[in-house]
Design a protein around this ligand. Structure first.
Ligand code: DC
Length: 220
């Protein structure tokens, strides 16, 4: 049976994962966060202090996997659930760097395609519509201004101890955007057949509703 695949790409902090979770719940699809896979590899490389030239050979031993527990995605290194450990600013930056390595992308390519072949999914990332699922049924490119994305992240983090300043968050976002858009392999860019959704002026509910509408129009 052909599965339905929805690709959602866009820069860091555009709200992809929150919005994609809301949309997938409404449609009854599985939500796949591919950034978490890149983050898990970055954690593995950081924890084991692996030099760039040794990364390719080390991937075989990494044992990165993903499971869906009560409908929510969890990522594992071996049998260790690292889903919370990968959410630090250090790992965000390391993931942006290691995701530019061709061997890392090749390693995760098949994992992502297999999930999409076997399930109705909504998958978010940077190269889903352009590289991983070029034949996706619907492609969305979700974005917002860098300032608005920094604003949202700052609000999210402001309750936590050691919260970075707004300016630090904005600088981080601009740097990651640049890295993600300018790498040689699978750079972040809007697929020709993707629909652009700019959420700068939209709240989460409005953003999710806009995407559900686009999907329903395309696949009905
Ligand atoms: O979406 P995120 O912030 O969790 O992603 C972490 C990093 O992984 C991001 O800087 C770019 C990279 N990434 C990628 O290159 N391709 C994807 N499909 C998903 C994420």
């Amino acid at each position: 049976m052909k599965t339905i695949n929805i690709a959602i790409d866009g820069p860091a902090g555009a709200g992809k994962s929150t919005i994609a979770k809301m949309v997938s719940k409404e449609l009854g699809y599985i939500y796949v966060d591919t950034g978490a896979l890149y983050r898990t590899i970055a954690l593995y490389i950081t924890e084991n202090d692996i030099a760039d030239e040794d990364i390719e050979a080390s991937l075989e031993k990494a044992e990165v996997s993903l499971k869906f527990i009560d409908g929510a995605q969890r990522v594992f290194l071996g049998d260790r659930d690292v889903s919370d450990l990968i959410r630090t600013p250090e790992i965000s930056m390391a993931a942006s760097r290691t995701s530019a390595i061709p061997a890392v992308r090749a390693y995760l390519f098949e994992t992502q395609q297999k999930i999409a072949r076997e399930n109705n999914i909504l998958m978010d990332g940077r190269d889903i519509g352009t590289v991983v699922l070029p034949n996706a049924d619907v492609k969305i490119f979700l974005t917002a201004s860098a300032e608005e994305r920094a604003n949202r992240r700052f609000k999210e983090l402001s309750e936590k101890p050691d919260c970075p300043t707004y300016q630090e968050i904005l600088d981080d976002i601009i740097k990651r955007d640049y890295q993600d858009m300018h790498r040689e392999i699978a750079p972040l860019k809007q697929a020709e057949d993707a629909v652009l959704v700019d959420t700068t002026e939209l709240n989460l509910e409005e953003s999710a509703a806009a995407i559900v509408k686009i999907i329903n129009e395309k696949i009905s």
